[in-house]
Ligand binder design. Structure first.
Ligand code: 5GP
Length: 134
C-alpha cells in the first residue's frame, strides 16, 4: 500500500500542491503551524532521510532552497524553521520522508528548540561519532 504522501503525489488523494514535477515535491501541510507551512517530500518512498538514494539526496539541496525562498516570498516571513522528524521516536507520524518548512517571524511565540547546557562532557560521543563516521 503506497504511503499517504505517495498517494498525494500520485493524485489519488487531494492536497494543496505547489510543485510536483521532479524527484521532490512540495505541498501545504493540512494542519499548518503557520500559514505557508510547506512539506517537502521525495517521490521515492522511504521512512528515513538517510535511506534515500544518493541521486534523490543530491537533488534535495536546490529544491529545499527553492522551497524556502518561495515560503519567505509568499508569506513575508524573514525566517523559517526546517524540521525533519526522522523516525517514529523523533515524532514522525507519516513514515515517508518529509521536511517541514515553517515560516517564522520575530516574537511569533512559536516553539524553538531549547539550547542545552554548556559544560556537558562531549568527549565520549565525539569519539563514538568519529568512529561511526568512517
Ligand atoms: P510528522 O509528524 O510525520 O513530521 O509530520 C506529518 C505532517 O503531515 C503533519 O504536520 C500533518 O499535519 C501532515 N499531514 C498528515 N496528513 C496529511 C494529509 O493528508 N495531507 C497533508 N497535506 N498533510 C498531512
Amino acid at each position: 500500500m503506497p504511503s499517504l504522501f505517495s498517494r498525494i503525489l500520485a493524485g489519488t488523494l487531494p492536497a494543496a500542491i505547489v510543485a510536483n514535477d521532479g524527484p521532490w515535491a512540495a505541498f501545504l501541510d493540512i494542519a499548518p503551524v503557520a500559514p505557508g507551512h510547506l512539506l517537502v517530500v521525495p517521490r521515492y518512498e522511504a521512512p528515513l532521510l538517510a535511506d534515500l538514494p544518493p541521486d534523490v539526496l543530491a537533488a534535495l539541496g536546490p529544491f529545499l532552497a527553492r522551497a524556502v525562498r518561495a515560503v519567505r516570498a509568499a508569506t513575508g516571513a524573514p525566517a523559517v524553521n526546517i524540521l525533519v522528524n526522522d523516525g517514529a521516536a523523533a515524532g514522525q507520524a507519516v513514515p515517508h520522508v518529509h521536511l517541514h518548512v515553517i515560516p517564522r517571524t520575530t516574537g511569533d511565540g512559536r516553539w524553538t528548540p531549547p539550547h542545552g547546557q554548556t559544560g556537558t562532557d562531549l568527549a565520549p560521543t565525539l569519539a563514538a561519532l568519529r568512529v561511526a563516521w568512517r
